[in-house]
Design a protein around this ligand. Structure first.
Ligand SMILES: Nc1ncnc2c1ncn2[C@@H]1O[C@H](COP(=O)(O)OP(=O)(O)O)[C@@H](O)[C@H]1O
Ligand SMILES: CC(=O)N[C@@H](CCC(=O)OP(=O)(O)O)C(=O)O
Length: 291
């Protein structure tokens, strides 16, 4: 580790001032992917970064995933997780596991980590106040036939009121991607979709998606630092983007098109990736542009 002097430390802190001014009182939606929640040290660093952003006057809103954590519990009960176009095939038993892992374990773990670092986090799922309304999602196969993947939801609407109240009251919302339909039925929603839509309805300044790659990579594995809508279409068409990156990029692009100023896909395995992204010049990862 390179040693820095107290003077250099003070300069680094001072360099954050323009960013703190720019994002003061602005909403920043942070998607914390299950693949970025690995090492305990990284999770602690994430929680303390979120608290720091809140204390300097921003409104961080956390939407978390937990795909690998769901897979782990499915494995334990002898069930194999299956994904089609980045979406988990969700039968009734899998839905129970999703609710236990996302609404229970992962959500509470993040809430408790943030609170441990001095924040006031409040955990929610879309069931709370029915704030994420969902309907059943159907996928299309290559010949345009509809595919039924069970209790997977697409977002009908998100009511921003609860989250806005929590922000105003100095709380940090931590949201699990579970939606509900008019009959009270729960749906498993990909967390990227919830983060993208939430950023839109909250008129967020930034959407940051933390995952387990340096960003979006081309076929040779090089990092693509900026992506336009046109380039994204090409990457979809030539198969460069697959699996979990499909819903991530679609949601990121939708958010950018709907007015979210800055949309980034970053490497959550880098310590303090969130601070690097928000408070320094060192843009890490891929920035998604509407045009
Ligand atoms: N072009 C690409 N660039 C980077 N990652 C990609 C690309 N195409 C597919 N992926 C996959 O997408 C994964 C990230 O999505 P996902 O597994 O759903 O993560 P998260 O839990 O963060 O949502 C990467 O680990 C990688 O395997
Ligand atoms: C429908 C669907 O795919 N739901 C996801 C929800 C969790 C998620 O999105 O987790 P990551 O962000 O860690 O990928 C799933 O069941 O895995």
């Amino acid at each position: 580790m390179t040693m820095i002097t107290p003077q250099e430390k003070a300069e680094i802190l001072s360099e954050a001032l323009p960013y703190i001014q720019r994002f003061f009182d602005k909403t920043i939606v942070i998607k914390y992917g299950g693949n970025a929640m690995t090492e305990p040290e990284l999770k602690e660093g994430f929680a303390s970064d979120v608290v720091l952003l809140k204390l300097v006057g921003m409104n961080p809103v956390v939407v978390h995933g937990g795909g690998p954590q769901i897979n782990e519990l499915l494995d334990r009960i002898g069930k194999k997780g299956e994904f089609i176009q980045g979406m988990r095939v969700t039968d009734a038993e899998t839905m129970d596991v999703v609710e236990m892992v996302l609404g229970g374990h992962v959500n509470k773990e993040i809430v408790s980590l943030i609170n441990k670092h001095g924040g006031k986090a409040v955990g929610l799922t879309g069931q709370d106040g029915h704030f994420i309304k969902a309907r059943k999602m159907y996928l299309k196969d290559s010949s345009d036939e509809l595919l039924d993947i069970g209790q997977v939801g697409e977002i009908e609407s998100i009511d921003p009121t609860i989250v806005a109240h929590l922000d105003a009251g100095d709380f940090i919302p931590v949201i699990a991607p579970i939606g509900v339909d008019r009959n009270g039925e729960s749906y498993n929603i990909n967390a990227d979709l919830v983060a993208g839509k939430l950023a839109e309805v909250l008129h967020a300044e930034k959407l940051i998606m933390m995952t387990n790659t340096p960003g979006v990579l081309d076929k040779e594995g090089n990092l693509l630092t900026k992506l336009s809508a046109k380039r994204i279409d090409e990457l979809f068409a030539d198969g460069t983007i697959s699996g979990g990156m499909l819903p991530k990029i679609s949601s990121a692009l939708d958010a950018a098109k709907s007015g979210v100023n800055a949309v980034h896909i970053i490497d959550g395995r880098v310590k303090h990736a969130l601070l690097l992204e928000v408070l320094t010049e060192q843009g890490v990862g891929t920035m998604i542009r509407a045009k």
